[in-house]
Design a protein. Structure first.
Length: 277
C-alpha cells in the first residue's frame, strides 16, 4: 500500500463489513493496522470469533440492531456465495444514497448484485488468502454507477491486504478466480506433494516437510522480489543435463504440469460460473 492509500484509509468514513470469516477478518485486520478508526467500523457476523468480540471492546460496532447505524459510506460483503440471496436484503438495509458496496463473493456477478441492490454503486472483487499477511492480490471490476472517488475508496480498502488490479471486463473474473483466488491452494498442494515425493525418495517425513515448505516459501519470496519473470528464474536454476533438468523433463513433458494446470484452472473457472447461479 502506498502512503496515499493509507491517507485515504485514515479518512475513509464509516465502513460496514458483512461477514467476518477468514477473508473478511483478514481484511478487517489490515484496515485497523493501517489506520482505520475502530469506531468507523460496523461488523455484521452471526458467529463472531473471540478476536472479533475483543475488537468490539475497542469501539467496533458488532451486530448492531437494525437501523441503529446510519450514514454508512461503504459496505463490504464478505459472506459465502451460497448464502448471498439471504444476505442481500440486510445489505440493502445498510445502504443509502452514495453508499458503495464492495463484494468479494466468488462467482456472484454485478448483475446478481444489482438485482438485489438496484441503483447501487458496486465493485465486485476477488482477493486471495495471502491477504491475511498483507501479501494478497485482488482483482476488481466496478459497475457503471461507481464514481472516481468511490473507486479510490474501494482501492484503499482492498489495498490494505495487498496488491490490487482493476479490470473493465467482468467476464474475466471467472478466470481470475481460478488463477489467483484459488491459486494459493495449488501452491500449498505443491508443497504437500513435494514433501511426499521426498519421503518416497528416502527422506525422513519431518525433514521432507521442512525442505518442501521452505523451498516453496523461499522460491515465492524470490519471485516476489526479483525483477525477473518466472521462466527466467526457472532457467537460472537449471543447469544443462543436471538434476533439475532431469526433473523438469518430467514436469514439462506433453502430459506434465502445464496441461494438468490448464485443466485445473478450467475446472475452477467452470465452477465460478456455476456459482453465479
Amino acid at each position: 500500500m502506498t502512503q496515499s492509500d493509507k491517507h485515504r484509509l485514515d479518512d475513509i468514513g464509516l465502513v460496514a463489513l458483512v461477514g467476518a470469516g477468514k477473508m473478511g477478518g483478514a481484511m478487517l485486520e489490515g484496515w485497523l493496522a493501517l489506520g482505520l478508526d475502530p469506531q468507523n467500523v460496523v461488523v455484521i457476523e452471526p458467529n463472531p470469533a473471540e478476536e472479533l468480540v475483543a475488537l468490539s471492546m475497542k469501539g467496533i460496532a458488532l451486530n448492531p440492531l437494525p437501523g441503529a447505524i446510519t450514514n454508512i459510506g461503504t459496505v463490504v460483503l464478505a459472506v459465502k456465495p451460497q448464502v448471498a440471496a439471504g444476505v442481500i436484503p440486510s445489505v440493502a438495509a445498510l445502504t443509502g444514497a452514495g453508499t458503495l458496496v464492495v463484494s468479494i463473493m466468488a462467482g456472484k456477478t454485478l448483475g446478481f448484485l444489482e438485482a438485489g441492490l438496484p441503483g447501487a454503486a458496486i465493485v465486485r472483487a476477488m482477493p486471495n488468502t495471502p491477504a491475511a499477511i498483507g501479501r494478497g492480490i485482488t482483482v476488481a471490476v466496478p459497475n457503471a454507477a461507481v464514481t472516481a472517488e468511490q473507486k479510490q475508496r474501494a482501492h484503499a480498502l482492498l489495498a490494505a491486504s495487498g496488491a490490487v488490479e482493476w479490470i473493465s471486463d467482468e467476464a474475466l473474473m471467472d478466470a481470475v478466480t481460478a488463477v489467483s483466488g484459488s491459486g494459493p491452494a495449488y501452491v500449498f498442494l505443491l508443497a504437500e506433494t513435494l514433501a511426499r515425493a521426498g519421503v518416497a525418495a528416502g527422506l525422513p517425513e519431518d525433514l521432507a516437510a521442512r525442505l518442501a515448505r521452505e523451498t516453496v516459501a523461499g522460491s515465492g519470496e524470490l519471485l516476489h522480489r526479483s525483477p525477473l519473470d518466472a521462466a527466467t528464474l526457472r532457467q537460472n536454476v537449471t543447469s544443462p543435463a543436471g538434476t533439475t533438468a532431469a526433473a523438469l523433463d518430467v514436469l514439462m513433458a506433453s502430459d506434465g504440469l502445464e496441461p494438468l494446470m490448464r485443466r485445473a484452472v478450467a475446472a475452477a473457472a467452470k465452477r465460478s460460473k456455476e456459482l453465479a447461479g
